[in-house]
Ligand binder design. Structure first.
Ligand code: ATR
Length: 285
């Protein structure tokens, strides 16, 4: 579709942003549905965030994604927040209604949708071990608790951060049993045995990194493993899951699904099934 005077502009702000695969996914969806919109990357250094948001308002940009390092800092510059964005304290999608900008966090539905689609995992009543306690872990925890997980244990390298996350969410999600521990849990056969889903939300797995001496043999044969890392596609954690014939998936499905959810917020349309994911996988090679 040619860009014209009435073309709606969408985009993403981040620093850096050149590596982002969102323009590819979002423009593919616009084209497939024949929508007159274009999605543009905007590199915005941290010190320019406030000016950039003013600029996006002034230019009438219809909606945009927010990535590292702005996901938390942007909150003070917005008019409204969705329930998820407020709970997580981070925004990855901004919609516009007249002059008002609303922050959303579509990582939550991105994660739970990928669990359903890629692992056929039923969250309700499940027991989950979550590795990491950063922003991605907060999104996962909100998604799991909203969908009725029975128990979530957060295992983090720095215990204080895991404790803070549990302290933040225990009063909110009283229906779930929330606990925290260290990454030593990965060496505890008894603990691994009782887990329905193991999720890695840390960057471990990127750039050839791996958890020490990981052995998933104690996990139940029906248990699933999800790694939010998607590059490489087969992380050491996922290789270990495959070794024990555990159903597993990487984070490509989550990345595509958070993009689909953002697209729907902006356009009120659903991208064709599987389109964003196939574009993403083709780009990742
Ligand atoms: P994100 O938004 O992707 O979650 P983040 O908020 O910076 O990023 O959080 C990164 C998470 O990965 C943290 O839980 C971090 O552990 P610490 O709290 O101990 O820093 C975890 N992490 C990063 N590198 C790690 C490593 N090499 N081993 C174990 N955990 C790691």
């Amino acid at each position: 579709m040619d860009i014209q005077g009435k073309t709606k502009v969408l985009g993403i702000i981040g620093w850096p942003v050149a590596h982002s695969l969102s323009p590819l996914m979002q423009n593919a969806a616009c084209a497939a549905l024949g929508l007159d919109c274009v999605y543009v990357p905007f590199p915005v250094p941290p010190e320019n965030l406030a000016e950039a948001v003013d600029g996006l308002r002034a230019l009438g940009v219809a909606g945009f994604n927010v990535t590292i390092p702005h996901k938390e800092a942007i909150i003070g510059l917005l008019d409204d927040l969705s329930e998820e964005a407020r709970l997580i304290g981070a925004v990855n999608t901004v919609s516009r209604d007249g002059d008002r900008l609303t922050g959303h966090n579509t990582d939550v539905t991105g994660f739970t949708k990928s669990l359903q689609d890629d692992l056929k995992f039923d969250i309700k009543g499940s027991r989950v071990l979550l590795l990491g306690a950063g922003g991605a872990a907060r999104a996962a925890l909100v998604g799991l608790c909203q969908a009725g997980a029975a128990a979530v244990t957060v295992a983090n390298r720095t215990p204080a951060k895991g404790k803070r996350l549990i302290a933040d969410f225990s009063p909110v999600f009283t229906g779930a049993n929330l606990a925290q521990c260290t990454l030593d849990v990965l060496k505890d056969d008894c603990r691994l045995k009782d887990v329905d889903l193991l999720v890695n939300t840390t960057a471990v797995g990127l750039n050839g990194t791996a958890f020490d001496d990981i052995d998933l043999a104690p996990m139940a044969p029906t248990a699933r493993v999800y790694d939010m890392v998607y590059n490489p596609a087969l992380t050491p954690l996922l290789a270990e899951a495959q070794k024990h014939s555990l159903l597993s998936a990487n984070g490509a499905g989550m990345l595509a699904a958070q993009g689909e959810a953002a697209f729907t917020i902006w356009t009120a349309r659903k991208p064709p099934n599987g389109l964003m994911k196939s574009r993403l996988l083709a780009a990742l090679g």
